[in-house]
Design a protein around this ligand. Structure first.
Ligand code: TRP
Length: 411
C-alpha cells in the first residue's frame, strides 16, 4: 500500500503486545475481516471514545444535528474535545488544523473524509481553518523531487478547495513554499525540536539509526501548526486553542505536540480522530492510491465507478441467491454497506438497507447499485465544483492573510 511498508523496527515499537493490528503513520494492517479493533486502539493510544454525551454537546452548542461521521462513530476517538467546547461555550473561539501529504495527483474518495468533516466543522462553528500540504514529508519519504512535490500540493489543493471551504476563513499552505516565508512557524518548529529528544522520536515513530535526518525532524513540521503563534497574520500572536480532525494514524504526531506544548507555554491541541476508510477489497487495510483497483478516484467516470464497485467491492453476501435468501448478508464485512455508512446521509434509508441485506431480502447486486448511485452523485458534483477552481483561486487560498479572526479571548 501507499508508502506503508512493514518495518520490523516499527512493528516492535507499535506492536509490543503482539496483537494483530498495526497502526502507525506508515502502516495500517489488520488480520481481522472487520478491520482494526478501534476500542483496543483507544486503550493502546490512551485517547477517549466519542460518546453520546459529546454528541449531545455538539448539537446543543451548534444548534445543528451532528454530521453522519459523528452519528455513526466514524470519527470515534478524541483528546480534550470537551476542553475546546468549554472554551467555545464561554465565547472563546478555536481554530481547525488538518493536512494532506500530497503523494500523487490522484486523490480517492477516502481522502475526502477529513476534509468533508472539516468543512462541516468550519460551517457549524464558524471558525478559521489552516490546511498543511506536507509536500516536504512526501519529498523525504517518497521518491519525489522537491519541484514535483510542490506541484502536487497545488494539484491536490484544488480537490481540497472543491470540498467547499470558506475562502475568507481558510488558509492552505505548502510546507516547502510557506515555511521560508513565515519565521514564526519556523521558530515554533525549532522550539519543538529543542523540546523533543531523538529517543522520544524513536519511541513514538519507530525510527532507526538508518532513517534520514529529514524523517527525524519532520514531526516538528507537522506539530507546529497546532500552535496558533505559528500564524501571526491570522491570530496576531494570541494563544488560541486548536482542534485537529485527522485519521487515527496521525495520532502519534499530535501526542508529541501535546507532550511538548506545556514546555513551550502553549495550549495542548485537541484531537478528533477517524477510523480508516476501507479498500474496495475489504477492511483489512486502508485504501491506497497506488493500487488503482482498490480505490474510487475523484477523477473516475460514472461508468468506471459502476464497473469497479461491481467487480471489486468485497461482498458479505452468500455465493448463491438461494443461500443468500436463507442466511442473509453480513454488513460488517460488506464493503458496499461499509462505504454507504460513510456517504449515504439518510439514516432511515441506511437502516432499511442494513435490515434487508442482513435478512437476505436485498441481494448483493442491489446493494451495490445503491452504493454506485451515491458515489456517482458525490464524485460527479465534486468534479463540477473542481472544474471551476482556477489557479488564481488556489493562489488566493494559499496567500497568508488576515482571516478576520476575532480575538475575544481572555488574554
Ligand atoms: N502526514 C499526513 C499524511 O501523510 C499529512 C498531514 C500533514 C496531516 N499535517 C497534518 C494530517 C495535520 C492531519 C493533520 O497524510
Amino acid at each position: 500500500m501507499e508508502c506503508k511498508t512493514i518495518d520490523i523496527e516499527k512493528l516492535k515499537v507499535n506492536n509490543v503486545n503482539g496483537d494483530d493490528d498495526v497502526v502507525t503513520p506508515w502502516t495500517v494492517e489488520s488480520k481481522n475481516e472487520t478491520g482494526v479493533d478501534y476500542d483496543k486502539l483507544i486503550q493502546k493510544f490512551g485517547c477517549s471514545k466519542v460518546d453520546q454525551v459529546l454528541l449531545d454537546r455538539f448539537e446543543k452548542l451548534t444548534g445543528k444535528p451532528c454530521h453522519r461521521f459523528l452519528r455513526r462513530g466514524i470519527f470515534f476517538a478524541h483528546r480534550d474535545m470537551h476542553l475546546v467546547l468549554d472554551y467555545y461555550e464561554k465565547g472563546t473561539p478555536f481554530y481547525l488544523y488538518t493536512g494532506r501529504g500530497p503523494s500523487s495527483e490522484a486523490m480517492h474518495v477516502g481522502h475526502l473524509i477529513p476534509f468533508m468533516f472539516c468543512q462541516w466543522l468550519q460551517e457549524v462553528f464558524d471558525v478559521p481553518l489552516v490546511i498543511q500540504m506536507s509536500d516536504d514529508e512526501k519529498a523525504i519519504w517518497k521518491n519525489l523531487t522537491i519541484e514535483e512535490a510542490i506541484k502536487l500540493s497545488y494539484e491536490n489543493a484544488k480537490d481540497i478547495i472543491a470540498c467547499g471551504f470558506d475562502m475568507k476563513k481558510t488558509f492552505i499552505f505548502s510546507n516547502l513554499e510557506h515555511i521560508g516565508n513565515n519565521p514564526a512557524l519556523y521558530q515554533n518548529m525549532i522550539r519543538i525540536q529543542r523540546g523533543v529528544t531523538f529517543n522520544q522520536i524513536k519511541g513514538i515513530f519507530g525510527l532507526g539509526d538508518n532513517d534520514s535526518i529529514g524523517k527525524i525532524a519532520y514531526p516538528s513540521t507537522q506539530a507546529a501548526p497546532a500552535f496558533s503563534t505559528s500564524f501571526p497574520f491570522i491570530f496576531k500572536n494570541a494563544k488560541v486553542p486548536c482542534l485537529i480532525p485527522a485519521a487515527i494514524d496521525q495520532d502519534p504526531y499530535f501526542r508529541m505536540s501535546r507532550d511538548v506544548a506545556p514546555k513551550l507555554g502553549y495550549i495542548k491541541p485537541s484531537l478528533i480522530s477517524s477510523s480508516f476508510f476501507p479498500a474496495l477489497q475489504g477492511s483489512k487495510t486502508k485504501m491506497s492510491a497506488s493500487n488503482c483497483n482498490s480505490a474510487i478516484f475523484l477523477t473516475d467516470t460514472a461508468k468506471q465507478i459502476k464497473n469497479k464497485v461491481n467487480k471489486y467491492a468485497f461482498s458479505g453476501g452468500q455465493p448463491t441467491v438461494e443461500e443468500h435468501r436463507q442466511i442473509g448478508g453480513n454488513c460488517e464485512v460488506d464493503i458496499s454497506y461499509q462505504w454507504l455508512r460513510f456517504f449515504l446521509d439518510d439514516d432511515e434509508r441506511l437502516k432499511v438497507i442494513e435490515k434487508s441485506y442482513t435478512s437476505g431480502e436485498l441481494l448483493t447486486g442491489e446493494l451495490k447499485k445503491e452504493l454506485i448511485e451515491v458515489l456517482q452523485e458525490i464524485i460527479g458534483s465534486h468534479q463540477k465544483r473542481r472544474e471551476v477552481i482556477t489557479d488564481e483561486i488556489v493562489k488566493q487560498y494559499m496567500t497568508p492573510r488576515d482571516l478576520g479572526f476575532q480575538l475575544n479571548i481572555n488574554k
